[in-house]
Design a protein around this ligand. Structure first.
Ligand code: FAD
Ligand code: 2HG
Ligand code: ZN
Length: 484
């Protein structure tokens, strides 16, 4: 370690306290939890994991790193819950990156009932925001399977989607203000809670979805909505993706703004839950290619919601879009159905390493996309297994690929991941879609993006990155590569 690096680590200890600067040299310290990503796609080596306890400490850490960068070559990887799907929050292998963990900034700061807003520090776990809102009679509607460990800072960093976007929008739509530490270590307090503010460039929306490349989000003011009087869940069997899309149209018409979730799940994907989590009783999947999970929220009453749902299911059956279905009779039944859906990523991980896609396509074109792309993949790589599921209500599919049964998954990925990605992304492009609808670019897709994004858009992105972070201190090699 050079003198400059030793001096930097000493300075960081003075800012956050010695026991919040963790290094490999500390006896008995294992940094694996911060260095290994959730999907086990990358295990890097950090110079240190630094755990500030306040915004001022985050600013001091960033400023110290910025000052020493020329001498040390250090850079910063912001990390929340480390549930990134695209290797966005772990260090690379150089041993020169600081993991800036936001986990100690975990407080809800304020709930303004009159303004229907909640302000929380960036390291606050999503579930804490949900519970705090509920205790005050509100709903915080961001919902995803990682909600017990992902943080609001990470949700904002990735502009996370989840299972209620069809009604409430992505994280960006739920955010009214941010507090941010800039790459120079300055603090921007934009926690206004205002619903309207046209005083120039929208810095809040620029920082959201920037994956930690433009600054560190330290706190956020989020919108709350009234708690619905009732929420109901239905699980249906549908005979094809065409029918699933037709059912979505019918659900919009019948339920109006009440349609809160519309998730599609392929037979093979569900079979993985049944195999790896035998305690979950997966309904209907054995005899149908697709199941759809629907959620309605109602501001009148449970009876009203049930009547609407029954109307939808009857019409769906008459039109042949649904072949069978169940409406959850209790909250615990509804939870069990959602649990099956939310367990899909874990069941897929239990099946082995895999190739994930979080693509979006205009909804009307999804059936043809799936047919054409499934066929092309099957021809290119006979035996591969498609783990398809996702947020059909938002036109967002997790069009995932698992190695052929019995084949070594790591070897399959090494040999074929590029072929699979290229084939899928080319097809997405032909269908007018996006190669990432929710998980972001991270480092897994950073070298793919230039092939699928307009060069003009990429130039603007690089110009923004260079203007805000001219020395490439913040999460380099993520989203867009720049030369400094
Ligand atoms: P991390 O993984 O720690 O970080 C993610 C990115 O944000 C990184 O680039 C990181 O540098 C940056 N970042 C983190 N904190 C900050 C901060 N304070 N300031 C600036 N940048 C920051 N995503 C969806 O969109 N929809 C889903 O339905 C969904 N389901 C998931 C289910 C499972 C089981 C898992 C494991 C992941 C899922 N994800 C989903 C992916 C993941 O993006 C989200 O879980 C979440 O948004 C990441 O939050 P995190 O705190 O774990 O962030
Ligand atoms: C989900 O919708 C997440 O469950 C994860 O976005 C998707 O595992 C996946 O591919
Ligand atoms: Zn998703």
């Amino acid at each position: 370690m050079t003198d400059a690096t030793t001096a930097l680590l000493d300075e960081l200890r003075t800012h956050v306290g010695a026991h919040h600067v963790l290094t490999h040299d500390d006896p008995g310290t294992d940094l694996g939890a911060w260095e290994q990503d959730w999907r086990k796609r990358s295990h890097g080596r950090a110079l240190a994991v630094v755990r500030p306890g306040s915004t001022a400490e985050v600013a001091a850490v960033v400023a110290a790193c910025a000052r020493s960068q020329a001498a040390t070559g250090v850079s910063i990887v912001p990390q929340g819950g480390n549930t990134s799907m695209v290797v966005g929050a772990v260090p690379d292998a150089t041993g020169k990156q600081i993991v800036l963990s936001l986990q100690r900034l975990n407080q809800v700061l304020a709930l303004d009932a009159g303004n229907s807003t909640l302000t929380a520090q960036a390291g606050c776990v999503l579930q804490t925001l949900q519970h705090t809102a509920r205790d005050a009679g509100f709903l915080f509607p961001l919902s995803l399977a990682a909600e017990g460990s992902c943080t609001i800072g990470g949700n904002l960093g990735t502009n996370a989607g989840g299972t209620q976007v069809v009604r409430y929008g992505n994280t960006r739509e739920l955010c009214l203000g941010l507090e941010v530490v800039t790459p120079q270590g300055q603090i921007w307090n934009g926690l206004s809670g205002l619903r309207k503010d046209n005083t120039g460039y929208d810095l809040r929306n620029l920082l959201i979805g920037a994956e930690g490349t433009l600054g560190v989000i330290t706190a956020a003011t989020m919108k709350l909505v009234p708690l619905p009087a009732a929420q109901l869940t239905a699980w249906t069997a549908v005979p094809s993706m065409e029918h699933a899309v037709a059912l979505l149209g019918l659900a919009h018409k019948t339920l109006g703004a009440g349609l809160t979730g519309f998730e599609v799940m392929g037979q093979f994907a569900l079979s993985l839950v049944a195999r790896h989590m035998p305690a979950s009783k997966v309904p209907l999947y054995e005899t149908t290619p697709w199941c759809v999970l629907l959620e309605v929220s109602d501001h009148e009453s449970e009876e009203h919601a049930r009547a609407q749902f029954e109307r939808l299911l009857e019409a769906g059956m008459e039109q042949g879009n649904i072949t069978d279905g169940v409406v959850a009779e209790s909250l615990s039944q509804a939870k069990a159905l959602w649990q099956i859906r939310e367990n899909l990523p874990i069941a897929q991980a239990m099946e082995g390493l895999n190739i994930k896609h979080d693509i979006s396509i205009p909804i009307s074109r999804i059936p043809e996309f799936v047919r054409v792309t499934d066929a092309a993949l099957a021809q290119a790589l006979p035996g591969i297994r498609m783990v398809d599921f996702g947020h059909l209500g938002d036109g967002n599919l997790h069009y995932n690929v698992q190695a052929p049964a019995g084949e070594d998954a790591a070897a399959f990925l090494r040999a074929h991941e590029t072929t699979v990605n290229t084939l899928v992304f080319d097809s997405v492009t032909r269908f007018g879609g996006s190669i990432s609808a929710e998980h972001g670019i991270g480092s897994l897709k950073v070298d793919k993006l230039p092939g699928y994004k307009s060069p003009v858009a990429l130039d603007m992105m690089r110009a923004i990155k260079r203007a805000l972070d001219p020395t490439n201190l913040m999460n380099p090699g993520r989203v867009v590569r720049v030369q400094v």
